[in-house]
Write a protein that binds this ligand. Structure first.
Ligand SMILES: [Zn+2]
Length: 257
C-alpha cells in the first residue's frame, strides 16, 4: 500500500510519504472545492495555480490511485468527484497538517525562547508554587476561591493559562510570592511557546489538577493542595522535557543513536 493510512506525528522529516501526502491533500482539497467533476488536465492546472508542479501524467496516476482507494470516483467522462471516504481522508490530512503547522510555528518561536529557558522557569515555579499552595490553604478568602473557580471555568479548555497560577499566588496573601509568580508566568512568546509545546505533547488538558488544587484549598488541606500542584507542574515539566528530547538537537557531548 502506497498511502499511509494515518500519517504519524513524525511525518515531518521530508520523506517520500510526506511529500506524497502533501500532494494527496492538495488533490483532495481541489476536488472538495470544485462544484463540478474534474479531469486530470484541469486538476493539473489548478494544482499548478496553487504552487504544486507536476505533470498531467503524474496527476492522472494520483487520481487513479485515489479511485482504487475509494477516495474519488469517476462521475462522468469529464472527470472525478470526491466520495464520502475521500472527504474523511481530507479531514484526516487537514488535522495532520494543522498539527504540522503548529510544530513549524513552534520551531519559529523556539528561536527566541529555548526549551531550556522554559524548563528553568518551570523548575523555579515548581518550588515556589508548592509553597504558594500551602500559604493559600491558610490565607485564601472565599472571594479568592470563587475567583480561582471562575478562572478554571473561563479558561476551559484553553489550557494552562497564566491567569490561574497568578490568582493562586495572590491567594497566598504574600505579595512577594505573587509578584514572583506573575513575573515567571507572563511573557507572551514564552507563554505561547509553552502552550504550543503542551499542545504538541497532548498535555494541555490538565485542568483537573487546577480543580484539585482549589478543592484542597477550600477544605484547608495543605498536603493535598501541594501534592496536586506538584503533580500538575511535574507533568508539564515532563512534557516539555520530552518535547526537547524529541525535537531538539542533543546537548553538547551527547548523541543517542
Ligand atoms: Zn496550570
Amino acid at each position: 500500500m502506497s498511502y499511509p493510512s494515518s500519517p504519524g506525528p513524525e511525518g515531518g522529516q521530508g520523506g517520500q510519504n510526506t511529500s506524497f501526502t502533501v500532494a494527496e491533500r492538495a488533490v483532495l482539497e481541489v476536488l472538495a472545492m470544485s462544484d463540478r467533476p474534474m479531469g486530470a488536465a484541469s486538476m493539473q492546472e489548478r494544482l499548478s495555480d496553487l504552487g504544486y508542479q507536476s505533470s498531467e501524467a503524474t496527476v492522472g496516476r494520483t487520481l487513479r490511485a485515489m479511485d482504487r482507494k475509494g477516495f474519488t470516483t469517476q462521475s462522468d467522462n469529464r472527470g472525478r468527484v470526491l466520495t464520502t471516504k475521500g472527504h474523511e481522508r481530507l479531514r484526516e490530512l487537514n488535522q495532520h497538517k494543522t498539527r504540522q503547522d503548529l510544530e513549524d510555528q513552534l520551531r519559529q518561536l523556539l528561536r527566541s525562547s529555548t526549551v531550556n529557558d522554559i524548563l528553568e522557569i518551570l523548575s523555579v515555579r515548581h518550588v515556589l508554587e508548592r509553597y504558594v499552595c500551602r500559604e493559600a490553604v491558610n490565607r485564601a478568602s472565599a472571594q479568592d476561591i470563587w475567583q480561582l473557580r471562575a478562572a478554571i471555568r473561563t479558561r476551559r479548555p484553553a489550557g494552562d493559562m497564566p491567569g490561574f497560577h497568578s490568582l493562586l499566588a495572590q491567594a497566598s496573601g504574600n505579595q512577594v510570592l505573587a509578584t514572583l509568580v506573575e513575573l515567571l508566568t507572563i511573557g507572551e512568546v514564552r507563554h505561547q511557546t509553552l502552550r504550543a509545546i503542551l499542545t504538541v505533547q497532548d498535555s494541555l488538558d490538565d485542568m483537573e489538577f487546577h480543580e484539585k488544587v482549589v478543592d484542597a484549598i477550600e477544605r484547608r488541606d495543605a498536603d493535598a493542595a501541594e501534592k496536586a500542584l506538584d503533580i500538575h507542574l511535574e507533568r508539564i515539566i515532563t512534557a516539555v522535557r520530552e518535547f526537547g528530547r524529541k525535537n531538539l538537537m542533543p546537548g553538547p557531548g551527547e548523541h543517542d543513536g
